[in-house]
Design a protein around this ligand. Structure first.
Ligand SMILES: Nc1nc2c(c(=O)[nH]1)N[C@H]1C(S)=C(S)[C@@H](COP(=O)(O)OP(=O)(O)OC[C@H]3O[C@@H](n4cnc5c(N)ncnc54)[C@H](O)[C@@H]3O)O[C@H]1N2
Ligand code: MOO
Length: 401
C-alpha cells in the first residue's frame, strides 16, 4: 500500500536529521564570506582598547567648563599624547585618537576659538552627559562572544572577527553538490529543441539557487530516461556530499530516479510530501551521501529546492537556522480556498501587501520569474478576503532573514 505524503514539517525534520556533517577547517577570515561558524568567535582583545574621542576637538576636564584652557599637545589617531592633562590644560585631539589621562571630555572644534595656545569656548557648553568619548570596551571586551556558532559570515561579521583579533575562522569545508537534469525530452541549454523537446532549465536554476552558499557545484546532464544512464550519473557523482536531481520523481513508466537510486544501493528515506507544487519529492541516502530527487515541473523544482535543498545545504554547512522563515503580509486580492495539499503560491510582495500571480501551474516558469515571494495556503483553508494576513516566504536571500 502506498504511504500518504508526509506533512511538510515532518519531512523537513527528517531531511535535516540526515544532513552531512562536513569537516571543520580554519579559513582566512576574508575567505569565510557566506560560511557558517563551526564554533563561537571569542574576542581576543577589547575595542576600543582605551577611551577614544568620537569627534575632532580638544580633550579637557569637564569640571573646568567654560574654560579657558592652554593647549599643551596633540593626540592623533595612531599617535597618542604621552602626558597627563592637568588643571587648565587641553590637548588637541582627532576622531579615534586616545583620550589622554586626566581628560574626561572632548569639546568640539566648532565650539571653540583658538589664539596660539589659548583655547576658549565660543558656544554654549555641551550639556552633560555628552562628552564625545567612547569608553574602553564600548564595542566589545576581550573574551566576549562576538559571533555565535552557526551564524553566517557576511561583511560585518568579517570586520568584527578581524577587529576581535582573528585571522582565521573555524568553518565547515565547502559542500560538494552535483545537480543532475534528467529526461529524454531535454536538450542542453543553448541547443535548439525540436517540438517534442525543451531546454533543461531546472539544473541551471538549482545551481543558481545554491550559488550563494559555499558550495562546489557540478552540473550534469541532461541524462536520458533509462536506468543505466541515471545509475551511471549517480556513480559519477559518488564523491558529492549531496546530489540533486530534477524530473523522473513521479509515478510514470519513465520516472526512473527511484529505481536508479535503488540500483546504486541508495536507500529511500521518504518519497512524497503534502505540498503543492512539489509532491513527488524523494529523499535518499547512500552512505554519508544525500540524494534529493526533485520533481521536474519547474515551479515544483524551485519550491522543493527552496524548502528542502537550500535548508539541507545550510544544515550541512553548519547553519543554526537552516529553514526559511515566513513573514506575515496582507493579501492585496482575495485568495480562494485551499485544496488537499499545503500550497506555495507564486506572488509579488511590495513591502506592504502581497499579490498572487494569476498563473499558478507548476509547469510555468514565467510566474516564478515575476515572483519575489511565496504565499502559504494551508490544506483545506477557507477562502480569505483581501486584507487578510497570510504567511509569506520572501525569495530573496533564500528566505533567510
Ligand atoms: N499519475 C500521476 N501523475 C503525476 C503525479 C501523480 O501523483 N500521479 N504527480 C504530478 C506532479 S505533482 C508532478 S510535480 C510531476 C512531477 O513529475 P516528475 O518529477 O516525474 O517530472 P517529469 O515527469 O520528468 O517532468 C515533469 C515536467 O517537467 C519538465 N522537466 C523535467 N525536467 C526538467 C528540467 N531539467 N528542466 C526543465 N523542465 C523539466 C518535463 O519536461 C515535464 O514537462 O508529475 C505529475 N504527474
Ligand atoms: O506537485 Mo506537482 O509539483 O503539483 O506539479
Amino acid at each position: 500500500m502506498k504511504t500518504p505524503p508526509l506533512p511538510l514539517a515532518e519531512a523537513q525534520t527528517r531531511l535535516l536529521a540526515l544532513a552531512p556533517s562536513l569537516a571543520v577547517e580554519h579559513r582566512a577570515v576574508i575567505e569565510c564570506l557566506g560560511h557558517y561558524l563551526a564554533s563561537p568567535i571569542i574576542a581576543r582583545r577589547t575595542q576600543p582598547a582605551a577611551p577614544v574621542s568620537a569627534m575632532d576637538g580638544y580633550a579637557l576636564r569637564s569640571a573646568e567648563l567654560p574654560g579657558p584652557w592652554r593647549v599643551i599637545g596633540e593626540s592623533a589617531a595612531g599617535h597618542p599624547f604621552g602626558g597627563v592633562v592637568g588643571s587648565g590644560e587641553a590637548v588637541r585631539i582627532s576622531t579615534g585618537a586616545v583620550v589622554p589621562e586626566g581628560a574626561d571630555m572632548v569639546l568640539l572644534q566648532e565650539d571653540t576659538e583658538r589664539e596660539g595656545e589659548i583655547l576658549r569656548l565660543t558656544g554654549e557648553p555641551p550639556a552633560p552627559p555628552i562628552r564625545h568619548v567612547r569608553p574602553a570596551g564600548m564595542d566589545f571586551a576581550e573574551q566576549a562572544v562576538l559571533i555565535e556558532k552557526g551564524l553566517r559570515i557576511g561583511p560585518a561579521q568579517i570586520a568584527l572577527a578581524i577587529a576581535g583579533g582573528h585571522a582565521h575562522l573555524p568553518v565547515r569545508r565547502s559542500l560538494r553538490l552535483t545537480v543532475i537534469d534528467s529526461g529524454d525530452e531535454l536538450v542542453a541549454p543553448g541547443c535548439l529543441p525540436a517540438l517534442h523537446q525543451l531546454p533543461a532549465s531546472n539544473g541551471p536554476m538549482l545551481c543558481a539557487m545554491a550559488a550563494g552558499l559555499p558550495v562546489d557545484i557540478c552540473h550534469a546532464g541532461p541524462v536520458a530516461d533509462n536506468l543505466d544512464a541515471l545509475a551511471g550519473a549517480f556513480d559519477t557523482a559518488a564523491e558529492a556530499d549531496v546530489i540533486v536531481t530534477s524530473g523522473g520523481a513521479s509515478v510514470g513508466d519513465h520516472d526512473l530516479v527511484r529505481p536508479a537510486l535503488e540500483a546504486v544501493g541508495a536507500s529511500i528515506d521518504f518519497w512524497r510530501v503534502g505540498i503543492k507544487p512539489g509532491k513527488p519529492l524523494l529523499v535518499a541516502t547512500r552512505g554519508s551521501q544525500m540524494i534529493l530527487g526533485l520533481p521536474g515541473n519547474p515551479a515544483s523544482a524551485f519550491v522543493t529546492a527552496f524548502l528542502f535543498m537550500l535548508p539541507l545545504l545550510r544544515a550541512g554547512l553548519g547553519a543554526r537556522d537552516p529553514l526559511p522563515r515566513a513573514i506575515h503580509s496582507r493579501l492585496a486580492t482575495p485568495m480562494s480556498a485551499g485544496g488537499s495539499r499545503m500550497e506555495f503560491l507564486r506572488a509579488r510582495w511590495d513591502g506592504a501587501s502581497v499579490s498572487l500571480d494569476a498563473l499558478q501551474d507548476s509547469g510555468a516558469l514565467s510566474p516564478l520569474s515575476r515572483a519575489n515571494a511565496l504565499v502559504v495556503r494551508e490544506a483545506g483553508a477557507p477562502p480569505k478576503a483581501a486584507g487578510t494576513d497570510v504567511p509569506v516566504y520572501l525569495l530573496e536571500n533564500g528566505g533567510i532573514a
